[in-house]
Design a protein around this ligand. Structure first.
Ligand SMILES: [Mg+2]
Length: 251
């Protein structure tokens, strides 16, 4: 289906590898606006205005079918525009599916007064500094001091004139978190706490998008031992910049 849509999309906007970033963004905006109109057509096929009384059913399966096709085709056109192939989309879909099912499972269990241990993920369970430093070395030839107290190794990065947040984003895009090694000693401590009856909160400031694809090595190791119970995202604002922390309850 995506290939079929691609044939059509090429007639409308041309080949994705010949589109500039600005043009891709503009096409995406157009697609989203058009999809929005199709979503309205879809919702209009149902009795969604609860403040009006409806004498007869409006929803028509055929309308739902064809309006859904319209919406999805605009989304496919957006994938075509960015050169995203079906395999890549399927992988992202699978990751999201794992996350959603896990998230659902987490909501089911209630805390009943058990003692709680709150454990940070990075540099407690996952060897973040070592992994980030190795990645920096491989990518930019920058040697950062793993024992430095800086989260993003700002001093090392400033020497080569790189913006630390931009570099961190590149690390994320390279799926850097997925490649971090696990501190097995600390994982063992978690195991012991679990056997003493503790509920464990895993706490992290990692970006939510990263966690949504959270079948990383750390979570893989943790979930082999513990059942992940609950995930919560907390938004907070630091000096006007949005930041968030995430807690994960495991048992
Ligand atoms: Mg339509």
């Amino acid at each position: 289906m995506l290939l079929q849509q691609l044939q059509y999309n090429r007639k409308i906007v041309g080949r994705s590898d010949q589109l500039s970033q600005t043009l891709k963004e503009k096409i995406t905006q157009d697609n989203v606006l058009c999809a929005h109109a199709e979503l309205s057509a879809l919702v209009n096929a149902t009795n969604y205005k609860n403040h009006h009384s409806h004498s007869e059913p409006l929803a028509n399966k055929s309308t739902v079918l064809y309006e859904t096709v319209d919406v999805i085709r605009y989304m496919m056109a957006t994938l075509n525009t960015w050169g995203i192939a079906s395999k890549e989309f399927e992988r992202a879909f699978e990751k999201k599916d794992t996350y959603l099912n896990k998230h659902y499972e987490l909501q089911q269990k209630k805390w009943e007064g058990q003692p709680v241990a709150i454990i940070d993920i990075d540099d407690v369970l996952a060897n973040f500094r070592e992994g980030f430093s190795n990645w920096l070395d491989k990518k930019f030839g920058v040697r950062a001091d793993v024992d430095s107290k800086e989260y993003y190794f700002i001093t090392a990065l400033s020497k080569i004139n790189l913006n630390s947040e931009h570099v961190f984003k590149m690390f994320l895009d390279d799926e850097g978190f997925a490649n971090l090694t696990v501190d097995t000693d600390n994982l063992e401590i978690l195991w012991q706490l679990k056997h003493k009856g503790y509920w464990i909160h895993l706490l992290t400031a990692r970006p939510e998008e990263e966690l949504q694809c959270y079948m990383t090595r750390t979570f893989g190791s943790v979930s082999k031992i513990f059942r992940v119970m609950r995930l919560a995202f907390h938004q907070k604002s630091l000096d006007g910049a949005q930041s968030q922390s995430i807690t994960m309850l495991v048992q």
